[in-house]
Ligand binder design. Sequence first.
Ligand code: BES
Ligand code: MN
Ligand code: ZN
Length: 483
Amino acid sequence: MISPIVVSAADAGKFAKHMGFFVYEDGAFLGGAIAAAEKRRLWEASKESGFKAVIGECTEIPEMAQGGRRIVLVGLGKKKEVCAETLRRAGAALYRHAKGRWEKLLISAPIASAAPIFEGFMLASYEFTEYKKPEAARLSSAGFLAADAREMAGLRKILDRSSAVCQAVAFARDLVNRGASDKTPEKMGEIASTLAGPRVKVDVFGREKAAELGMGSFLSVARGSDDEPAFVRLVYKPAGRVKKRIGLVGKGITFDSGGLSLKPPASMETMKMDMAGAAAVLAVFRALPALGPRLEVHGFCPFTYNLPGPRATKPGDVVKAMNGKTIEILNTDAEGRLVLADALCLAAQEKLDAVIDMATLTGAAVTALGSKVSAVMAGDKILLERLLRASRESGEMMWELPLVKEYRELLKSDVADLRNIGRVRGEAGTIIGGLFLKEFSGDAPWAHLDIAGPAWSDKASSYFSQGGTGAPVRTILRYLESL
Ligand code: BES
Ligand code: MN
Ligand code: ZN
């Protein structure tokens, strides 16, 4: 990934021969460190190539030197429709245009637009290279032009934050993209341990300790596999006073075969991504020391495979979660809620001010909201509003689904306190998942994010590459910073 640097006006000439500007459909520039007459000339010249300045459209102005530099214009569309997401997309488009063409690129835009432009640019430059060589690229560095010394300092701050956020997103994407056999639960524990530092403590435990704690629900999923499960606990503590204590819980199924309720082959193809919730939690902890919010943040990541080994849970089995509730497992493919149940119980013991779980929980969420929108369910209005605001600001779309009380009876079991799937097939699957989790969330304000759609992208576009997206890392970091 390319992290842009800040370049002073004095150094700009030496830094790069190519320079990017952003322009609206009506020819107005988004700031841009050149004279108005020069902008008009560039706009006129761009017309020759049929440039319309639609969002993300790029054009290089031929034979047009500005202080000996070559100019590329990036379209922003209609001025009244522009938002942070437009700027992210434009930043991504500029990266994709420059990538194979130039070695260095200077970006000129107002400081107020810098953060989303950086974000789009950096995230678009992400590539998963664990199993193959990176694509050929010319571009090796990018700079953002600072008008004066004050802007220099301001831009550096913005860049540092954006870099920390995007590095975290890339970290989550790498984990999701890795093959399931290369990320055993124990390996995930080791990776989590590398996040430990002066402000972050990490603790990992396996079957034995989980059994001592009474995590019968989590362990019922782990039974189907020879690999030891790993429960990862993380705590971030800031330097000064703590304003609030927040819990983050992530589903960490390192591969979801469905267990004995086996999935068909096509549905398994992407199931290495079933630990995207836990990957996002780990990624948040990777960024926290750099962002330094005055919060205590607790992480809970239950990692295990969901496999149909000889000792696997059989449909009809009853298990007991940490809070004493018994669960009749009728479908071993509804395993995410089983590992999260015990993780939520452990979080509840901490008496936190809010707990948010994130999980690729239901295919029904993809049916309802598609691949771009996560479902949010929350028992608490304030928490819900804060999350939705953070989601709007980050461009990671989320939509509320109701925790319909009347549906709770669909989870009633004949032999246990709860069943792990609803009574009516194909009805409100995502809400049923939320209602199940609620039974384990304790008294603290709680929200559940079903990220089954947005955690994965079938193809590269805008600032996404094919595969893991890093959702909802940016939203969670924003939410935490807003407290
Ligand atoms: N990991 C899946 C959900 C999923 C599906 C995520 C597609 C991403 C894309 C989850 O464990 C699952 O299998 N859920 C079942 C629940 C059902 C058995 C109640 C599902 O969605 O079919
Ligand atoms: Mn499943
Ligand atoms: Zn799953």
